[in-house]
Design a protein around this ligand. Structure first.
Ligand SMILES: [Zn+2]
Length: 77
């Protein structure tokens, strides 16, 4: 399995995560670069497979992180 099976580069922002600044409202925000709405500023989009895996592993990761944090706070006492 390749990482490219799980996510692909955002074609809208070319992985920068930002949408090239253009003057959308004719406001002073012309020079501000906004997060790309297509990938929410991540620059990559999860494929369906990546999405499924992420949903599968996320609870385990959260558990691991929780345990790690607990261990740290126990050591500090
Ligand atoms: Zn994007």
């Amino acid at each position: 399995m390749l990482i490219s099976d799980l996510k692909r580069a955002c074609s809208k922002c070319d992985t920068s995560g930002f949408q090239a600044g253009y003057d959308e409202w004719g406001s002073i925000q012309t020079n501000l670069r906004k997060s790309c709405p297509h990938c929410s500023g991540k620059g990559h989009i999860l494929t369906e497979l990546g999405e499924n895996l992420w949903n599968l592993y996320r609870p385990m990761l959260q558990e691991l992180i929780r345990e790690e944090l607990q261990n740290k706070s126990t050591l500090q006492k």
